[in-house]
Structures are given as C-alpha cells and as structure tokens.
Design a protein around this ligand. Structure first.
Ligand code: HPA
Length: 272
C-alpha cells in the first residue's frame, strides 16, 4: 500500500491512483466480494453515513462501498440522503464513483437483463434536495451538465462487461422519477417521446451532486423489466429484486475487474 506517495502499483503499473467509491442500489447490498472490509461511520453536515472500506486482490488502493438504500433497504428512493452519501464519499477521498441501479426499460431494444451505461438524464423528481449550493457559505453555483456521466468510467465498464457475462450498451438516457410508485403507461409514453431509454428513481440527484463536487460518476443501470404499459403484466418490486439477485454476482464482478483501470489517474472533464 503506497497511499503516502499517492502512487499505487495496481497490476504492476506504477501510476497515481484514485480512490473509487461504489454505490450499490437495489439488490446490491453485499460487500463480501471485497477481500477485506472495515466499517466507517462518516459524519457529514447532512447526517452520518456508514461506509465500508475494503480491498480487492488485484489492487492495493482502498475501495469505499455504501448502499444508497441503507441496511436492509429501509430507505425508499425519495428519502435517500443523497447529499450525505456523496459528501461522505468525497470526504474519505473518493474521486470516482460507480453506482448500480435497477431500471425499467422504455426502449424495446433494451430487454431485461441488459445493462445501460447511461450518458444523459431527464429529471422528473419533485421534492428532493438536489444541490450542495444553496447560497450562504457554499455560494451560488450553476454546474455544467453537458456530460453528467463520466465517459472514461463508462468506457472502462463497457470494455469489461462482456467478459463478466453482461450485455451492455454504452449510452442511454435515464429518466428519474420521484417514486416510490411506478409510472403510469401515459407517463411512460411521454418519457419515450422525450427521448428516455430507461426509467428509475435514483440517478438524480446522485449524479448531479457528484458533478457539483467534481467527482467522476457512472451508473450501471440494469434493466429489470419493461416499463408500465410496455409489459402485459403489472409491475412488482419483487420482480425487480429477483432480477437484481440474478445479476448481482455479474455486477460485483464487473466492478472488481474494472477497478484497476478506474483507479488510474483521471484525465477526463469531470474535475471541477
Ligand atoms: N420504473 C421505475 N423504477 C424502476 C423500474 C420501473 O419500471 N424498474 C426498476 N426500477
């Protein structure tokens, strides 16, 4: 471990290393894929956050893991403390974040079991605190959102997806709804007309807050179902959980195999 010098010898290549944070979404609660794990309680201006610091075998730099829905999925998407989570990861030194998310598909070509490395979002949230900048000491800041999801992280994840058995698409528009209810078929038709590819309840404000702090952020959005009205069946949370359970191992594996590249010095537009 060479944090003092800021240099890691991940896979034998000396380079300046980045701390990577993982935000597990629905169905991704497990940090047992880490070789070592230690629980940290990080105090933030928005509340305390429990973060697991661990390591993977192929790399010496620490990885930081949290589940956005908390222990036992007790927080619904509209009540997740997004600001505390992103602030906590930033506070422990994380510079790049990979999140997982369960999503419904609006696009017939994106079938359940596929992964979308989103590159755009549409924001239909309503009541969530969505910024660190509310005037006062933090000031008034208007953060650029031209490229909300880091193209370098997406490229790395895309490169490794096939080898771990994930059918991935690099690019797609994530429509974020307030939830916790699912959408009506009329809403889904409208989102499709607007250019949405997948729908979920969590990417906003997570990606926005990461951008506000100059962190790289990518989402692996796993399609668990066709969205309301596109599927002949009514939607259930159980089918979302079942599909996520089926792919949890592949998602963990994707993150583990992508880590050495993600920890390399970043040369993207995300640094503020
Ligand atoms: N809508 C919103 N969120 C979701 C869905 C959906 O169809 N599937 C998984 N998360």
């Amino acid at each position: 471990m060479r944090r003092e010098s800021g240099v890691s010898h991940c896979q034998g290549f000396p380079h300046e290393s980045m701390k990577v944070g993982i935000i597990g979404g629905t169905g991704v609660y497990d940090s047992r894929w880490l070789a070592t794990a230690e629980r940290l309680e990080v105090q933030t201006p928005y509340g305390a956050v429990s973060v697991t610091r661990g390591r993977v075998e192929s790399c010496e730099e620490a990885v930081y893991f949290l589940n956005r829905h908390g222990q036992g999925h007790h927080l619904p998407p509209h009540l997740v403390n997004y600001r505390a989570n992103i602030w906590a990861l930033h506070h422990v030194g994380v510079e790049r974040i990979v999140a997982t998310a369960a999503v419904g598909s609006l696009n017939a070509a994106l079938s359940p079991g596929m992964s979308v490395l989103c590159d755009q979002f549409l924001d239909f949230t309503k009541f969530r605190p969505g910024t660190f900048f509310e005037g006062g000491t933090n000031g008034v800041v208007h953060t650029d959102m031209t490229e909300p999801y880091c193209s370098d992280l997406r490229a790395v994840l895309f490169e490794h997806a096939e080898a771990v058995g994930l059918r991935a698409v690099n690019g797609g528009c994530y429509v974020t709804t307030e939830g916790p209810r699912f959408e009506t078929p009329a809403e889904i038709r409208a989102f499709r007309m607007l250019g949405g590819d997948v729908v979920g309840m969590t990417s906003v404000p997570e990606v926005v807050l990461a951008r506000e702090l100059g962190l790289c952020y990518a989402t692996v959005a796993l399609v668990t179902n066709y969205a309301a009205g596109m599927s002949p069946d009514y939607l259930t949370h159980q089918e979302v959980l079942d599909l996520m359970g089926q792919y949890q191992g592949s998602l963990n594996q994707l993150i583990r195999t992508s880590l050495p590249s993600m920890q390399q010095h970043r040369d993207c537009h995300c640094v503020r």
